[in-house]
Write a protein that binds this ligand. Structure first.
Ligand SMILES: Nc1ncnc2c1ncn2[C@@H]1O[C@H](COP(=O)(O)OP(=O)(O)OP(=O)(O)O)[C@@H](O)[C@H]1O
Ligand SMILES: [Mg+2]
Length: 220
């Protein structure tokens, strides 16, 4: 039987061609989507490369389904083909936070909202693992987190603190015009009061983050 045309993935434009992934925008089943293909890393042994790719896809799929169930702003997983190293995700129409911070002058509200969003993620017992401004998208003023291949599903203070440290380094190296950016994110993290929020826990995370900064300074 001929496959109806609507079932076919229709690529439109390559959005990103990075070291790890090629991301193409298009449509699938008539819905706007992106195809994320994890490319082979030739410097790695093929077995190790295959294992790491599968691991990252599996963790990304698990996290995305948990986030979807919680109504968290992130792409939804539409289809996954581990043998082809591809995932189809719903498309977030917008720009990366990286681009937004480069072009917009008033970024305080966005950074505060980012703190709120990170706290929500941590309250779901998920650490992101690669929290840079390329992995946050802004769509009509709303923030979404993407790229969960290095995430962990465990409530470890150290990993939560490290998320903030990775973001601090990114803001300090790529967005130097906003002096107190990470402080604004931390304010959002602390201020946020969601339904199941635990403010003592949020303070513990910020304290751990400060300890990590101290360690980084001490060891260089
Ligand atoms: N669901 C999505 N909707 C819209 N754009 C997306 C989506 N997912 C990814 N992108 C775009 O593709 C870029 C790369 O995606 P992602 O962060 O998932 O890959 P990556 O693992 O970081 O790739 P690499 O390590 O090769 O840079 C994002 O920064 C964003 O611009
Ligand atoms: Mg990324």
């Amino acid at each position: 039987m001929r496959c109806p045309e609507i079932l076919i993935w229709k690529p439109e434009i390559v959005l990103h061609e990075g070291a790890e992934a090629i991301v193409t925008a298009g449509s699938w089943l008539g819905k706007r989507a992106v195809l994320k293909y994890r490319r082979r890393r030739r410097y790695r042994h093929p077995d190790l490369d295959r294992r790491l790719t599968r691991q990252r896809m599996a963790v990304e799929a698990r996290v995305l389904s948990k986030l979807s169930a919680a109504g968290y702003p992130s792409p939804s997983l539409m289809l996954m083909e581990p043998n082809k190293s591809t995932m189809l995700l719903s498309r977030i129409e917008g720009k990366t936070l990286y681009d937004v911070l480069k072009t917009e002058n008033s970024s305080r509200n966005i950074l505060h909202s980012l703190g709120v969003l990170i706290r929500r993620l941590h309250e779901l017992e998920i650490s992101h693992g690669d929290l840079t401004t390329h992995n946050v998208m802004v769509s009509e003023g709303d923030l979404y987190l993407i790229d969960f291949g290095l995430s962990r599903l465990s409530p470890e203070l150290e990993h939560f603190g490290l998320d903030l440290q990775v973001l601090r380094e990114c803001l300090g190296s790529s967005h130097t015009k906003i002096h107190d950016a990470i402080e604004i994110v931390c304010e959002g993290y602390i201020d946020s009061e969601s339904q199941n929020s635990d403010s003592a826990r949020a303070i513990d995370v910020i304290e751990r983050f400060h300890k990590i900064i101290g360690r980084v300074r001490y060891h260089g």
